[in-house]
Write a protein that binds this ligand. Structure first.
Ligand SMILES: NC(=O)c1ccc[n+]([C@@H]2O[C@H](COP(=O)([O-])OP(=O)(O)OC[C@H]3O[C@@H](n4cnc5c(N)ncnc54)[C@H](OP(=O)(O)O)[C@@H]3O)[C@@H](O)[C@H]2O)c1
Length: 252
């Protein structure tokens, strides 16, 4: 394992079964944290755990649907029993639906809000008291460039991610006296399953890439060093911040 900057820390990563969440979980484990991997797909979580194991890291799988208040409470209990009270929470679970606002059903709208925003609220609520008790904590909420700018057909997604950013700032102020930081990371376009539909359409893919100044999709592992640093002791004066990692998308 690499630098061991997070040795002795316990981390929870939501949406750790694939994509950005899995990459961040691998990075945190490489830095020495014991990582609770949370999502709905037990099979994919076990694969992530096996990858972490193979690299000498330590992780534990907890299956949960984070839209459900009762499931989050059960998950939190399971995490505490398995690995102890978390020092680090990465609220990463999320989803997107792309279509015109007038075609959204209320159920679809709520699905996005519950997955992207309610889950971050519920998980933070579950683990913040333990962080306050330790007088140490690191909460990272995965927002998006869509929390800064918008694209057509992303009304629900943008609303949820602007919400994530607002919650992060309020939480940072609440928790600052307790040694707990709350920050957001706003990724731009990353090559994950969430964007498969776009990437598989050659026309839309080319259009998309032409809007990324760096000229390519982000790679999930590029989030690792950033999240590891934000979770370390060294980042204790960074709170309420939002770090864009977007290949220049929002600089335009
Ligand atoms: N990829 C990008 O370009 C991009 C850009 C900006 C922001 N983001 C944000 O980054 C985060 C990760 O995105 P990604 O690209 O890695 O997406 P992804 O590959 O689709 O992964 C989404 C993760 O969220 C989990 N998840 C979804 N609904 C859940 C639920 N109800 N309960 C528990 N877990 C749930 C999924 O696991 P299960 O299906 O197994 O539950 C999966 O692990 C999201 O918040 C997304 O909005 C992504």
């Amino acid at each position: 394992m690499a630098d061991q900057m997070l040795r002795g820390r316990v981390a929870v990563v939501t949406g750790a079964s694939k994509g950005l969440g899995k990459a961040m979980a691998v990075a945190l484990a490489r830095s020495g944290a014991t990582v609770a991997l949370v999502a709905r797909s037990g099979e994919l979580l076990e694969q992530a755990r096996a990858e972490i194991d193979a690299q000498g890291g330590e992780s534990h799988v907890v299956v949960a649907d984070l839209r459900e208040e009762s499931d989050v409470a059960r998950m939190a209990g399971q995490v505490r029993r398995a690995v102890g009270s978390p020092d680090i929470l990465i609220n990463n679970a999320g989803m997107n639906l792309r279509k015109p606002l007038h075609e959204f059903t209320l159920t679809e709208w709520r699905l996005i809000m519950q997955t992207n925003l309610d889950s971050a609220f519920l998980c933070s609520r579950a683990f913040v008291p333990g962080m306050i008790e330790k007088h140490f904590g690191r909460i990272i909420n995965i927002a998006s460039t869509m929390a800064h700018v918008a694209l057509a057909h992303r009304a629900a997604y943008c609303a949820s991610k602007f919400g994530v950013l607002g919650m992060t700032k309020a939480l940072a102020l609440e928790l600052a006296p307790h040694g707990v930081t709350a920050n957001a990371i706003s990724p731009g376009p990353f090559a994950t399953e969430m964007n498969t539909v776009l990437m598989q359409d050659p026309v839309r893919n080319a259009q998309f890439i032409s809007h990324i100044p760096v000229g390519r999709w982000g790679k999930a592992e590029e989030l690792g060093p950033l999240v590891t640093f934000l979770c370390s002791e060294a980042a204790g004066f960074i709170t309420g911040a939002d770090i864009l990692i977007d290949g220049g998308w929002t600089a335009q």
